[in-house]
Design a protein around this ligand. Structure first.
Ligand code: OSB
Ligand code: MG
Length: 371
């Protein structure tokens, strides 16, 4: 049985080593909400709410997540009780949406439970591949030369797949030059919904670059136009934004909206939902890989753990702490091997220590909800 007694929220402000630009804007500093849950035995677990600073990627953002988690979701979970962490999401079903906020609480409960059982979270989740393959996501840069330099650095570091952000002002010519420089690397583009079917000629033209996949070219909530696009291009479409639930995954697969899914814990509401989607996709022969939301070490550790499941068959956007932060909030930091892999830790729970001192230094507000 799992009975959550209190939920603590801590907002930390963490400047990125390098700004991150997507088709919906630039981020210089993350405003991250950490979630610490404590149960009736005084055991603790940690999670992270992965939403952005503005409602650009999704409708959740830091301030909306803060009030929703404090006023609505935490009270639904406190007192429980539930049989185990896989039922925590269900305690919050009376609140629609807000899946990243729910995932902050839910993933913290999984960490707590795994710690109490004395098992690594990745095993507790049903993981099978302790060593996971890593790719990187590189934002829109000020110049193509900068982008090419960045790609070279990541290839030298060993990363197995390069994703570049694209947008109508930063697509065909950019990919063409990248391909000329790196003819054979596993390369993909992520448009974060920057196009419509009216851009069909442009999207078709990208087929010549043999991209591994094209992530989320069309509407953030669309799976119908994507199906139409997939019938007209050779490059596999990877869905990100519109897949928020196991039902969404099932429908997108049925429609043929894409051939691959970028599975993000936050976007779908936590580990239990990721597990359901992973299973749906595995059975349907649809590869999934773990996406990223510029997480701190805590969200990153959860991403490492879930990436060990059998259906995560492609390199994810799960990369080393040092690509994002001068100093992370976990110890040790997440490191990537020279061959582009991360080995999931064998300590209980997320398997990384929490640097409370650093969190305190970065903290700008806290709130505690208890019975
Ligand atoms: O679309 O995958 C995305 C970051 C923020 C919001 C959306 C996305 C991303 C990334 C970065 O691509 C992945 C990462 O390195 O964490
Ligand atoms: Mg994406």
């Amino acid at each position: 049985m799992l009975t959550v007694k209190s939920i603590e929220l801590i907002e930390i402000n963490l400047p990125l080593v390098h700004f991150f630009e997507t088709s919906f804007g630039r981020t210089y500093e993350r405003r991250i909400i950490l979630v610490r849950v404590e149960d009736s035995d005084g055991a603790e677990g940690w999670g992270e709410i992965t939403c952005g600073e503005v409602p650009g990627y999704s409708d959740e953002w830091t301030d909306s997540a803060w009030v929703t988690t404090e006023k609505i979701l935490a009270p639904m979970v406190i007192g429980g009780p539930v049989e185990n962490a896989s039922f925590v999401f269900d305690l919050m079903t009376r609140a629609r949406g807000h899946r990243m906020s729910k995932a902050g609480i839910e993933t913290a409960c999984w960490d707590l439970e795994a710690k109490k059982l004395g098992v690594p979270l990745w095993k507790h989740l049903g993981g099978v591949n302790r060593e996971i393959e890593c790719g990187v996501s590189i934002g829109i840069q000020d110049s193509i030369e900068q982008l090419i330099d960045k790609i070279q650095i990541e290839l030298d570091a060993g990363y197995k797949r390069i994703k570049i952000k694209i947008a109508p002002h930063w697509d065909y010519d950019v990919i063409k030059q990248v391909r000329e420089k790196f003819p054979d690397i596993p390369l993909m583009g992520d448009a974060n919904s920057a196009y419509t079917l009216a851009d069909i000629d442009k999207l078709k033209s990208l087929d010549e670059f043999d991209l591994l996949m094209l992530e989320q070219p069309l509407g953030f909530d669309d799976i119908v136009d994507h199906a139409s696009l997939q019938r007209q291009i050779r490059t596999p479409i990877c869905l990100d934004e519109p897949i928020k639930s196991p039902g969404d995954a099932r429908k997108a697969i049925a429609l043929g909206s894409g051939k691959i899914i970028n599975l993000k814990n936050g976007r779908v509401g936590g580990h239990a939902q990721s597990k359901l989607i992973e299973e749906t996709c595995r059975v349907a022969g649809i590869p999934v890989w773990c996406g990223g939301m510029l997480e701190s070490g805590i969200g990153r550790a959860h991403n490492v753990a879930i990436s060990t499941l059998a259906g995560y068959t492609m390199p994810g956007d799960v990369s080393a702490s040092k690509r994002y932060w001068h100093e992370d909030i976990i110890e040790p930091e997440v490191i990537v091997s020279a061959t582009g892999t991360i080995t999931a830790p064998d300590r209980p729970g997320i398997g990384f220590g929490i640097n409370r001192e650093r969190i305190e230094k970065l903290s700008v507000r806290t709130a505690t909800v208890s019975e």
